[in-house]
Design a protein around this ligand. Structure first.
Ligand code: ZN
Length: 311
């Protein structure tokens, strides 16, 4: 979400009990003031809020203020996009923000599991420290391809708590024969736009249109243990380890062939039919490989054989 959209979503949420106001409509009004008339965002926000207060015949204190309007939830219960929630979490991991607009990015966790969080520079928030427990009020959920994250924003209230959280383990371990490598594997290009990273289709991002993509390696695979199939994703590091092909080598292969699909084809010949045990966090229906080992054969050879004969 853009910054304006974040504001718009908050305003629409504040009036959700009183008026039929869509986020789009609020965003359009904010956008008009900010971009057309160069009104500072905070002032535009006040102005738009006041006009809705008038329209609803309400006093300012009748609507839910920034914080306090959202509910305390556990991470595992987050299942909807653009929800305003409160969290009690421990900062498990902090990553390199990778973009100047991002202040912090990492992983927070509670008893129910872990989730990615992002805080933007423009929100000017207090810096979170790894290993500490915080109450985060008024964060907004974000969904992409079934994966949820939370975004801190300028209305987010951060309070450090003097307590310990036993962070739940949402890792899964699956094993089986790698029976398929799905499209979107091998040498792929990702959208370079801030906080996007969507995989491009024919040079296009579904959100940002035609962009100059950034190369990445990935394998989306299917493990079959004879009774069940599991979808797994190997990121660049794991794909390099799995195939022995580095990103640079993959780029070279693609350049030599004038075709990026040769990379996935080559990888197929190397790993299809082999047995793996993969462990990592689950995102939607995928297990994101954090570690893997190659097995000498099926854990349950009999079941695989029976299945193979029936196909
Ligand atoms: Zn994009």
């Amino acid at each position: 979400m853009t910054d304006l959209r974040t504001h718009a979503a908050e305003i629409a949420e504040q009036f959700s009990d009183h008026l039929d106001v869509s986020v789009d409509e609020v965003e359009e009004r904010l956008d008009n003031l900010v971009n057309e008339y160069k009104v500072p965002v905070e002032e535009a926000r006040r102005s738009v809020t006041n006009s809705y207060l008038d329209e609803a015949g309400l006093e300012r204190d009748a609507i839910a203020g920034g914080a306090g309007g959202s509910q305390l939830v556990e991470l595992a219960d987050i299942a909807e996009d653009e929800q305003w929630v409160d969290l009690k979490v421990k900062v498990v991991d902090l990553w390199d923000p990778g973009h100047e607009s991002i202040a912090q990015v990492g992983l927070v966790g509670d008893e129910s599991g872990t989730m990615k969080f992002v805080a933007f520079q423009t929100s000017e928030l207090e810096t979170l420290e790894e290993g500490k427990v915080y109450s985060l009020q008024n964060v907004v959920t974000d969904e992409y391809e079934g994966n949820f994250s939370v975004k801190l924003n300028r209305t987010t209230t951060i309070s450090e708590l003097d307590e310990e959280i036993e962070v739940g383990d949402d890792n899964a371990t699956v094993e089986g024969a790698l029976v398929d490598i799905q499209s979107g594997s091998g040498l792929i290009k990702r959208c370079p736009e801030e906080d996007c990273t969507r995989v491009l289709q024919n040079g296009r991002c579904s959100e940002h249109g035609n962009v100059e993509g950034e190369f990445d390696l990935r394998i989306k695979g299917v493990l079959d243990d004879g009774t069940e199939v599991h979808e797994v994703i190997f990121n660049q590091e794991m794909t390099e380890e799995l195939t022995g092909v580095t990103l640079d080598e993959a780029k070279q292969q693609a350049m030599d062939a004038l075709d990026t699909t040769v990379v996935a084809d080559e990888m197929r010949t190397m790993v299809l039919g082999r047995y793996y045990r993969v462990t990592g966090p689950t995102f939607g229906r995928y297990v994101l490989a954090d570690e893997f080992e190659e097995l000498s054969g099926p854990a349950d050879a009999e079941a695989v054989l029976i299945k193979a004969r029936s196909m």
